[in-house]
Design a protein around this ligand. Structure first.
Ligand SMILES: [Cu+2]
Length: 266
């Protein structure tokens, strides 16, 4: 039996549909990305060996509103089989009117230094969920590859299949999405380019996106949790695999596995 919907009811439904649409649009155009932003990605002989790292929770592509970060649960570095906890070295800073963190780290020796961050869960009222994005970045010294493909065994982790530095724009980047060491088939991954010029406050540096679907790229992993993305432009690119985490006090938690890479034009 077909149901007829009376006019006032239809109006209400239209209204509700509009609200849902607006909320959905917000979700799509406000992808959150936890960043570890190092002052340099590959150190050469002549470079200062003490690097700076900033921990920022933001919307990198639109360079819009940046979220306050509480002191991270853990920030550390892995190199040649050794972990170093850097949490106590973090200093609070302000970045785009929000609370962020920074530290400096002296790079000793050659090879890969894998920095990893476990932030405190962030309550996002707009999405009615906690967001926890566990983030990784590899800084290399002197172009010698050592640890870049390591799996640290994080709760949520992107394990790169492509060396995550020394990349050209036009390369593809591949990785495996893992949750507690297990590959996540068909995981959804959001990808954004860091709009560095806008963040540094230069005038007229806003991107003009052709549509509202462009700031955040969305791909899915295959049945083995492997994803592939063709890098269209030089700069920093963030990958956030969005997973379902454990509830926190009855509220849902979106668990993210995040990794950042930097590409250069050939
Ligand atoms: Cu936000």
């Amino acid at each position: 039996m077909s149901q007829k919907i009376s006019l006032p009811k239809r109006k209400t439904m239209l209204f509700l549909a509009t609200i849902v649409l607006v909320l959905t649009l917000n979700l799509q155009t406000f992808a959150h990305f936890q960043m570890i932003l190092p002052s340099i990605d590959v150190l050469e002989d002549e470079d200062n060996k003490t690097i700076e790292l900033q921990l920022i929770f933001t919307h990198p592509s639109e360079a819009s509103h940046t979220m306050d970060m509480e002191i991270p649960r853990k920030f550390g570095v892995y190199h040649q089989g050794r972990h170093k906890d850097l949490t106590s070295t973090l200093e609070q800073i302000e970045f785009a009117n929000a609370k962020a963190w920074k530290t400096s780290y002296p790079i000793r020796g050659l090879g890969d230094f894998v920095f990893y961050l476990k932030p405190q869960p962030y309550w996002e009222p707009m999405d009615d969920t906690y967001i926890t994005q566990i983030t990784k970045i590899v800084v290399n010294s002197m172009g010698v590859p050592t640890d870049w493909d390591v799996e640290l065994g994080l709760e949520a982790e992107i394990v790169p299949l492509t060396r995550p530095y020394g990349l050209w724009s036009g390369n593809v980047f591949q990785g495996i999405v893992k949750q507690n060491g297990v590959a996540v088939p068909f995981a959804e991954i959001e990808i954004e380019h860091l709009n560095a010029e806008a963040f540094s406050g230069l005038n007229d540096s806003q991107y003009r996106f052709p549509t509202s679907a462009h700031p955040t790229q969305i791909i899915k992993a295959d049945q083995n949790g492997v994803f592939t993305f063709g890098i269209p432009k030089a700069g920093w690119w963030g990958f956030a695999a969005l997973l379902e985490g454990e509830q926190i006090q009855g509220q849902s938690q979106e668990l993210g596995a995040v990794m950042w890479i930097k590409a250069y034009d050939i």
